[in-house]
Design a binder for this molecule. Structure first.
Ligand SMILES: O=C(O)c1cc(C(=O)O)c2c(n1)C(=O)C(=O)c1cc(C(=O)O)[nH]c1-2
Ligand SMILES: [Ca+2]
Length: 682
């Protein structure tokens, strides 16, 4: 009998068909493959491989690079089984790559309508696929769950996961497969949606269950007991159901097979301002919580709410890790979680009981947590009638960038940051109303909150923190040049790998934080690396591509490049691909405008343009250009870009019906006026 050629359809079919629950569990013991998003069900991102270690990591070299042909953010963790890699680029495009050759096996574009890019808050990103019994599952930005044949990339089934397309739902997260069910949530809580997670049969796509994260209209029957219980924590005077309430589960999940519990992290409130959703206050369950569900039925089992009555976009969707820690001499099954709100939580994962919380950055909204697990809020937390800086900001002390846990060092390696913002409630908010000056409100956002009406006073930072979860303190830290650095991987070779915003891929000694190796990546890195064996040899891969919410308008590299997968091994000698240098133009000059239009133009710019294009001439442009540095011809012709313009093919919305030609004149006045105001005087 002829041996199957590696990389052939027969080989791929054979090796991917073996991927099921038993496979994921047995793989976790020695981690030769990387079969699921966080490597194992506990989402530790801790590889047991040690061929690459502190001794030889300096000899790590490029084996191949692969062009993802994307220009927007790349957030995916590549999955690899016997040398077959599955990774996604922006716009939810899936690539199957043969690690042995670095060549494409197939690619699949779910054809997300590009002009609908504005329907998600935070770039047209995707965090990766799930793999199960010969199928690859991808959730498309526009809310479909697609099952592909792992060998051919042909579609096997597709389901629309969105309950109501009047609302702005999107999906950026990676699906997880638990006991033959594909689990997927969604995003949209900046727009006003009601969050939920759904389970589909991996074979057929048949819907198995759905759990909503927040209650619906209380005049209608509740879906289940957990919703009836939650509704008691919302004030009906706020008619929260009209704007959805929020609570979107847009990233984190983990699974404990022994306890048979699926854990999900839930998001912020819609709108952000609690005074508008629930005027009389209330915790607003199950916003900003870790919730444990029965994966067979989708039934609620327990929750722990990290940010009661969220008011600040403090999502709890940041990646979590399940671990067994010895605390006060007792072995405890815990969830470790470090969400946006700046506290590191240890929660008993058998019952949801709070164990401890400690801030891992400076925070000013709470002084700590009491013994019942409730935050002790400070005076400024809810004084939202005036602008005040909330630390951490809505960008989060951590965002979706994954952390990893090394049981040998006992440390959690997490990307940490500060992106300063001031917030103030918009008293005149009305759902989907025209609200100049409220961020992206004309693009469908419903924050009921103004941002940076007064400039914040803290400074931005990015940091890698090695956190001791038992002592609840940092062991070592590395300062980066910018916020928004990549997720981490830790290995039995006593290593931590991380990509950076300023375009490097770095390896550190996991125990000490000493830098042992780095290589340039051309463009900024936001995704997390993976490592695995192919034919007995250890490889390390990372998908790079600057973007995500912070990367739209900001950058920390002078290079731009297509999204790229890099694969490294000891002794690798492949040449790095060429990158186009990013050229920041001159400050725009000479566009005719009426200075009297600037104030109105400012408000329009904030409600239509700012989150993607940044502040003209102040920000430097991320994966979307800064308009303050465009040639004047572009700004003179702004209406030709705004109304059914050529950039629609790259994701720019059509502003027909949203802006008038008169509005565009005023926006031009703001752009040129700002450039003139900041131009150094001769
Ligand atoms: O509330 C939501 O539904 C929602 C969704 C998403 C998303 O799906 O990407 C993000 C956020 N919120 C968010 O608050 C946030 O900071 C964020 C960053 C990113 C990213 O990919 O860079 N997505 C999201
Ligand atoms: Ca959010």
């Amino acid at each position: 009998q002829q041996a199957t050629v590696k990389g052939s359809a027969a080989h791929i079919s054979a090796v991917t068909k073996k991927v099921d629950g038993a496979f994921v569990r047995s793989n976790a013991r020695a981690t030769p493959d990387w079969p699921s998003h966080g490597l194992d069900y506990a989402e530790t991102r801790h590889s047991r491989l040690d061929q690459v270690n502190t001794g030889n990591v300096k000899d790590l070299g490029l084996v191949w690079s692969y062009n993802l042909e994307s220009t927007r953010g790349v957030e995916a963790t590549p999955l690899v089984v016997d040398g077959i890699m599955y990774v996604t680029a922006s716009w939810s495009v899936v690539h199957a790559i043969d690690v042995r050759t670095g060549k494409r096996i197939w690619s699949y574009d779910p054809q997300v309508p590009r002009e609908g890019g504005f329907k998600g808050c935070c770039d047209v990103v995707n965090r990766g696929v799930a793999l199960y019994e010969g199928k690859v599952f991808v959730a498309s930005y526009d809310g479909r769950l697609v099952a592909l044949d792992a060998a051919t990339g042909q579609k096997v089934w597709e389901k629309d996961t969105i309950i109501d397309r009047k609302f702005s739902y999107t999906i950026t997260g990676a699906p997880r497969v638990v006991k033959g069910k594909v689990i997927i949530g969604n995003g949209g809580a900046e727009y006003g949606v009601r969050g939920y997670v759904t389970a589909y049969d991996a074979k057929t796509g048949e819907q198995k269950w759905r759990w909503f994260t927040v209650p619906g209209d209380p005049s209608k029957p509740f879906e289940d007991e957990s919703m009836a219980k939650a509704a008691k924590t919302w004030d009906p005077a706020g008619k929260w159901w009209e704007a959805g309430g929020g609570g979107t589960a847009w990233d984190a999940m983990a699974f404990d097979p022994e306890l048979n519990l699926l854990y999900i992290g839930t998001g912020n409130g819609s709108p952000w301002a609690r005074s508008k959703r629930s005027p009389a206050g209330g915790d607003n369950l199950y916003l900003a919580s870790i919730v444990a569900l029965n994966p067979d039925t989708g039934k609620y089992v327990w929750h722990y709410q990290e940010t009661p009555g969220d008011n600040w976009d403090f999502t709890s969707t940041q990646p979590m890790i399940l671990a067994d820690l010895t605390l006060d001499g007792k072995k405890r099954k815990v969830v470790m979680h470090a969400p946006k709100n700046g506290f590191f939580f240890i929660i008993d994962r058998t019952n949801g009981k709070f164990i401890s919380a400690k801030n891992f950055v400076d925070v000013n909204w709470a002084t700590g947590y009491d013994k019942n697990g409730r935050p002790i809020e400070t005076d400024i937390a809810r004084t939202a009638d005036r602008p005040r800086e909330i630390i951490p900001s809505a960008f989060g002390a951590r965002n979706w960038h994954s952390m990893s846990f090394n049981p040998k060092t006992g440390l959690v390696y997490m990307p940490v940051q500060g992106v300063p913002l001031t917030l103030m409630d918009n008293k005149n908010w009305n759902f989907n109303g025209v609200r100049p000056g409220e961020p992206h409100s004309n693009m469908g956002w419903n924050l009921a909150t103004f941002a940076n009406v007064e400039p914040p006073s803290s400074k931005p930072f990015g940091r890698l923190v090695a956190w001791d979860p038992v002592k609840q303190q940092a062991r070592w830290t590395v300062e980066h040049v910018s916020p928004w650095n990549g997720g981490t991987l830790t290995t039995a070779g006593n290593l931590v790998f991380q990509g950076t915003a300023d375009g490097r891929f770095v390896a550190y000694n996991a125990a000490s934080g000493e830098k042992l190796w780095e290589t340039p990546t051309g463009t900024g890195v936001v995704a997390a690396p993976t490592t695995y064996l192919v034919d007995g040899k250890q490889y390390v891969s990372i998908a790079v591509g600057w973007g995500g919410v912070y990367g739209l308008a900001q950058r920390a590299t002078e290079r731009q490049g297509p999204g790229t997968v890099y694969t490294f091994a000891v002794g690798g000698k492949a040449p790095a691909p060429d990158f186009v240098a990013y050229r920041l133009g001159q400050l725009v000059q000479g566009v005719k405008y009426d200075p009297a239009h600037v104030p109105e133009g400012t408000a329009l710019y904030v409600s239509n343009c700012v989150f993607c294009h940044g502040v003209p001439g102040v920000d430097r442009g991320g994966n979307i250009p800064n308009l303050g540095y465009m040639d004047s011809a572009f700004i003179d012709n702004l209406d030709k870009f705004v109304f059914k313009g050529p950039a629609m093919a790259r994701g720019m919305p059509d502003f027909t019906g949203k802006l008038t030609p008169d509005d565009v004149q005023k926006i031009k006045a703001f752009i040129q006026g700002t450039a003139d105001a900041i131009r150094p005087k001769k």
